[in-house]
Design a protein around this ligand. Sequence first.
Ligand code: TRP
Length: 338
Amino acid sequence: MFENKKVLTGVKPTGTPHLGNYLGAIKPAITLGKQALAAGGKHYMFIADYHAINAEKDPDILREKLKEIACIYLAGGLDPSQSVFYRQSDIAEIPEITTILYAYTPKGFMNKAHAYKAAVDKNRAAGKPDDDGINMGLYTYPTLMAADILAYDTDIVPVGKDQVQHVEIARDIAGIINAHYNRPLLTLPEYSIDDNVAVVPGIDGRKMSKSYGNVIPLFEDDKAIKKAIFSIKTDSRPPEEPKNPDEILVYEIYKAVATPEQLREMGDGLCEGKLGYGQIKNMLLDAVVNEIREKRETYRYYMTHYDEVEGMLEDGAAKARPVARATLKRLKDAVFGR
Ligand code: TRP
């Protein structure tokens, strides 16, 4: 599916990623990038720090979050000599392209965008004026995202469901511009949703999310991971009582990290009343630690040698910039009749 395709993934540096983010988004993004490269395509992977400033105004936090995200992607196996790995804010062409896109973007596209609508709904629910606390960065967010995508002639944008609409907006804007100038100035991007990626429940059974306080941490020490895993909700049935594995939360989480054989072992043990909750929690702990052990080492290395990462991001920007510049030139030539 990726033959000679340009694949672009963007990630907002907000929050500290947990195991659910890693297994459900970060790891699959790295895998997709590698598949695109193996199929002769290109992979752009960037950190959307301009998107982050709409909500976060503290430079120390912004710097820390960016650092964390960059190191997590490298630890997860992103290879910056193969993928173009850069910071959005290093590419000055992006806001320039955004400005041109504004002139072709119907305001209604922004009114109906989820991120903005969700903020308005929240205000209404709280009895506040619709636009309370909403800045223009949030309102126009999908146009900046369109520039991120269109700048690199992106064919495919792997996204979660929440971002589908934003990719469609990028495609629509590109279509409007191409139609106006009657030539393919911009590549029409498509989104791709990976249905096979893990949706990891949190330790209380709801979706794993920082806002629910139900996460299994990612690159913390074994003790912190153990603490989270041993707080996973269970009931008081004795070990020898046969249980349906699909009703056991530990088993559900295990699905995201276990091999098929390991999963079968736990499933059979539960059905036959041979495994108790303490045992299955230890099995889950082993599998989680096994999944992250080496990556955690790499993560810690990069966090303490961040100048190396900084160098990689600068090299990435140097590769990304000429592509964005070529798009900008194409647009300016068309728009201003140069
Ligand atoms: N909006 C995306 C998010 O919140 C991040 C993002 C910004 C992005 N620009 C992008 C994702 C371009 C894909 C392509 O997760």
